[in-house]
Design a protein around this ligand. Sequence first.
Ligand code: 3PG
Ligand code: MG
Length: 400
Amino acid sequence: MSALRTLDDLLAEGVSGRRVLVRADLNVPLDKQSGAITDDGRIRAVLPTLGALVEAGAKVVVCSHLGRPKGAPDPQFSLSPVAGRLGELLGAPVRFATDTVGDSARSTVADLADGQVALLENLRFNAGETSKDEAERGAFADQLAAFGDAYVDDAFGAVHRKHASVYDVPARLPHVAGRLVLREVEVLSKLTSEPERPYVVVLGGSKVSDKLAVIEALLPTVDRLLIGGGMCFTFLKAQGLEVGTSLLEKDMVETCRNLLERADGKIMLPVDVVVADAFAPDAAHDTVRVDGIPSHRLGLDVGPETVAGFAAALSQAKTIFWNGPMGVFEMAAFAAGTRGIAEAITKADAFSVVGGGDSAAAVRALGLDESSFGHISTGGGASLEYLEGKTLPGIAALEN
Ligand code: 3PG
Ligand code: MG
């Protein structure tokens, strides 16, 4: 990490009048009906970096992906609404290029005045961005790199992707880590080096298979691992319980049984769950013990006794990492588990980190005070892969 050059190093060289290409992660959730931005947390998170560059008189060229378009323009994934919101937050209009490396991008960048900001259209409208073919990625990276005299990576949420804008551009330009990337790496490295104990991790979300690597990596390090969310049902099944029509990864049951055997009692599972007749906001529902899940119903949240037990473990903790909701928090009837755990984390006298995507959005959607958490990561997959100890292509590229 000491090998990382930072934004301050770049600012010290002077950036006035220079074009600085900033890779941001502006992949924000959009309302399916209206297309409106439902959570602008990731836009706010890059303001410190962008503000510093504007202040220093740089010509700031921002690029990002949004969603997963398939290498060609797709209007539903346009960054245009993000340009508007970014301009509001910066307090100055952001020029929007309607393509990523075409005529619009070229003229937008050429016309930038010192201290102005431009946003290029979605990187993933170009097949070269995510290509597995080095040459194809490299050709796209050449086009992007032509827009900058220096490169800043502030896209923490995408550092685990070996993509042109993340991995290949820094090989072509002087490069530094932005404020957000630096802060994220500093915080997460605290969790992997010497976390103050007890170190308690809460994992939720729907799939065990997504979290398997991180569970394996964390088991030797943590004091307690609390498991809720859709993935708890595969663990409950592994304990010999019936889970009705709840989410179940049948091919993971054996793996979960094995993890439980090796966990030395560190893993805590729900003791009660909220079961419903259907996956719907108005479905009839009840709280039952985990050994009494009816065969025709599905679990959509953890129950109050589980929340109390998890909260008791969290109240002892000195370090907490939380990734993944405890239930279907988007539906009011199944939000109590996630809310209860989030509140328990804020009450604990601990250094707490909320890992990424859904759990960060849950914190904001439930109206919880963001400042009562130690750190809310902008990276879901990225923070998990960091904790797994994997080499992150975007960080490795900055270190070179
Ligand atoms: C995310 O939302 O996790 C990041 O923006 C990365 O997006 P991706 O998973 O589509 O690469
Ligand atoms: Mg992701």
